[in-house]
Design a protein around this ligand. Structure first.
Ligand SMILES: [Zn+2]
Length: 303
């Protein structure tokens, strides 16, 4: 009931803001009118759209950089560009539980919407609380190079639909980019297959799809949705695990409480290293650069 009321208010606010004054909106300038206007939910989606669309698209990102994406709830202001966009790209699998309401509220009948993860084989969440709060599936599909190929293709199809004149251009960019994704995957598939150990410890459990690609296992300080601090029991369990398995590197992400990982690392005499979740912009690096860095760091930690 509360939810219903909340959403009605939410939708009303959005409609008002879309139909309201144009004084401070971010309408594209005249020079941008030839480009396809794309609204995306977060950074990895921006990366994929730009890889295929290059200079024929303008992209606006809804979740502001540095925001915890799993707890994000959009305000009307965040969704302004969706009413004028031609394409809206979101990952799906529970990453953006607000997406469907936002699409409805945009009242933009021509909007082409893309659930980028469509066709990806989902990994199910196992924690009852997480399922209740965030849904049954792990959302972090983009951190798998194999899934990225699927997501980039879905995005390419939408860009072709929005701008058929440039079909060949999008097809060519898509082929080039997915070739690079596949090459990177192949390069590390061999390396991981020969690695001595197959497990690593990280802050936020974002790497289940990544692990599935390479037959690895993640142990994490925080859960899939990075909510709150880990319990003392969870921390003790990880200390025990890290000691037993002689873990010498603990990975942390930008937005996950680094003190906790640091405490754990000190406790077991391990080093802390940064890893990228690509949920926000990180170190001004591209998707490929960040994935390459993740692969190399995780691979090195297994030696
Ligand atoms: Zn995450």
């Amino acid at each position: 009931m509360f939810k219903k009321i909340f959403y009605s208010i939410f939708v009303m606010c959005l409609m008002l803001s879309f139909s309201g004054c144009d004084g401070e909106n971010t309408a594209p300038s005249d020079t941008d009118k030839s480009k396809v206007r794309v609204s995306v939910s977060f950074d990895a989606m921006r990366e994929f759209v730009q890889a295929v669309g290059k200079d024929k698209v303008t992209v606006s990102v809804i979740i502001p950089d540095g925001t915890e994406p799993h707890e994000f709830e959009p305000k009307a202001e965040d969704l302004k560009n969706m009413s004028k966009a031609q394409v809206f790209v979101y990952n799906g699998l529970g990453m953006e539980p607000w997406a469907k309401q936002a699409i409805a509220a945009a009242k933009n009948q021509k909007l082409i919407t893309v659930e980028a993860s469509k066709g990806v084989e989902p990994i199910q969440n196992t924690d009852a609380d997480e399922i209740k709060e965030h849904g049954p599936q792990d959302p972090h599909s983009w951190l798998s190079l194999k899934n990225a190929v699927i997501e980039v293709n879905n995005i390419k199809n939408a860009l072709v639909q929005a701008d058929p004149t440039n079909k060949d251009y999008y097809e060519k960019n898509c082929t080039e980019y997915t070739t690079r994704l596949n090459q990177l995957y192949q390069q590390y598939q061999d390396k991981f297959a020969k690695a001595g150990r197959k497990d690593f410890v990280t802050g936020h459990a974002a790497f289940s799809y990544f692990c599935r690609d390479f037959g690895l296992q993640q142990n994490s300080v925080e859960d899939v949705f990075a909510a709150g601090e880990p319990t003392a029991a969870k921390l003790a369990e990880l200390v025990e695990y890290s000691r037993q398995h002689q873990v010498h590197i603990i990975f942390v992400e930008d937005m996950v409480s680094p003190e906790v990982s640091k405490t754990l690392a000190d406790e077991v005499g391990a080093k802390v290293q940064t890893i990228y979740t690509i949920e926000s912009q990180e170190d001004h690096k591209t998707y490929l650069e960040r994935m390459q860095a993740n692969l190399e760091k995780i691979y090195s930690s297994l030696q």
